[in-house]
Design a protein around this ligand. Structure first.
Ligand code: C2E
Ligand code: MG
Ligand code: MG
Ligand code: MG
Length: 281
């Protein structure tokens, strides 16, 4: 009968759901272990100044490889870490590793570089965040002005927007960048509420630069507005040379994307920086 059939269906879905829940628990457990054992790694993506053609900074991007799960995307494991209360130790690990690396490059004579780190919005509500940043600066000896925190527009909304944490960060001298600019619901609010050093224009706009005149006008206006506010501009997700030409014409400061370099191991970045130095001798 239909009723029995329905029951079987239910059993079928309920079994699938249990499987899903089990898998989710397993991933959570693996991630917890990976963060505790500090077995996440970082890839670094160069940021190239258009005026000089030089790498003036790198963005640190978390990577997680697990023998059973394979390479897991940060889009997935960052939200998992947030959900299971492990984002704090993850961010701490990223900050320490990336700042140590940047100082190392500088000590090797490869130039004084900015390192940009993605910070989940919830950190700005955490009273331990400022002490953490202070500790990282002291422990790694990084120049505060070489540490850039990337935040997304949502920090300009609701409970975040009037927090003293942003003024405190400014006082420490660290830089603040707005990531994925233009894709959220609070682009203008973030410009109004935050003292930003840098605006990162999302790939969403860069993708259509070559084919859509309206996008060009929009990006040109964003750049002008950013400059009027005293912010520099990074364009993200550059994949074609034509995009670079347009961005130069529009006055963009810095570019980042696969065209120049994919996020890479520290050793590859060291090699790239060495090469750059040799060329400039
Ligand atoms: P995001 O901060 O906007 O980083 C840019 C993403 O675009 C990176 O993806 C990068 O690999 C990718 N990308 C760079 N150039 C190109 C390009 O030319 N073409 C294309 N198609 N993609 C490009 P990834 O590494 O997978 O990271 C995804 C997101 O995960 C990041 O977006 C960031 O929001 C988040 N994330 C990564 N690491 C961390 C972390 O340590 N902490 C936090 N809170 N979030 C992180
Ligand atoms: Mg970012
Ligand atoms: Mg981005
Ligand atoms: Mg993003």
């Amino acid at each position: 009968t239909a009723k029995d059939h329905g029951k079987n269906q239910y059993a079928f879905y309920s079994k699938a759901l249990t499987k899903q829940a089990e898998y989710r628990l397993k991933v959570e457990q693996y991630l917890r272990e990976a963060i505790e054992n500090q077995s996440l790694s970082l890839a670094y993506q160069p940021q190239i100044e258009l005026r000089t053609g030089l790498c003036v900074g790198v963005e640190a991007l978390s990577r997680w490889y697990h023998p059973e799960l394979g390479q897991v995307s940060p889009i997935d494991f960052i939200s998992t870490a947030e959900r299971i209360g492990m984002i704090q130790p993850l961010t701490e690990l990223v900050l320490k590793t990336a700042c140590t690396q940047a100082v190392n490059w500088q000590l090797q004579g490869l130039g004084s570089m900015r390192v940009a780190i993605n910070i989940s919005p919830n950190h700005f509500l955490d009273p331990d965040f400022i002490p953490l940043i202070k500790r990282v600066i002291t422990d790694t000896d990084i120049q505060a002005s070489n540490l850039e925190l990337e935040v997304i527009e949502t920090v300009a909304q609701t409970e975040h927007k009037n927090l003293p944490v942003f003024a405190e960060l400014k006082e420490l001298g660290v830089l603040l960048a707005i990531d994925d600019f233009g894709t959220g619901y609070s682009s203008f609010a973030s410009l109004k509420h935050l003292k930003l050093d840098c605006i990162k224009i999302d790939k969403y706009f860069i993708d259509d630069l070559l084919t859509d005149n309206k996008t060009q006008l929009l990006v040109g206006s964003i750049i002008e507005m950013a400059h009027n506010l005293g912010c520099s501009v990074i364009a993200e997700g550059i994949e074609a040379l034509g995009q670079v030409e347009i961005l130069k014409r529009l006055g963009c400061d810095i570019v980042q994307g696969y065209l120049f370099c994919e996020p890479s191991s520290p050793d590859s970045i060291t090699a790239l920086l060495r090469n750059e130095c040799d060329h400039n001798l």
